[in-house]
Design a protein. Structure first.
Length: 83
């Protein structure tokens, strides 16, 4: 199981965290990985100035946008799951 945490704290919320969450939901659903990927919100990952922050397992990724989600998902999730 791979864990994805999207910061939904005040700063990230204002910078588009909701849209990032929706983009991850689309990726998970379209690839039928609901049982292999756990998506959750996190309240502040400590890098508020760097845009929307996410964690995939223990890796912190900064400045995430809805447009960058497909590439991040492919490189950091699908490739790890062997898909």
């Amino acid at each position: 199981m791979i864990s994805i945490q999207v910061c939904v704290g005040s700063s990230c919320h204002l910078k588009g965290a909701h849209d990032v969450v929706q983009a991850f939901k689309r990726e998970i659903s379209s690839r039928k990985l609901d049982q292999e990927v756990f998506l959750t919100g996190a309240f502040c990952l400590g890098r508020c100035i760097d845009g929307v922050s996410i964690k995939i397992d223990d890796e912190l990724i900064l400045g995430v946008t809805p447009e960058s989600v497909p590439e991040i998902f492919l490189n950091r999730v699908v490739s790890v799951l062997g898909g």
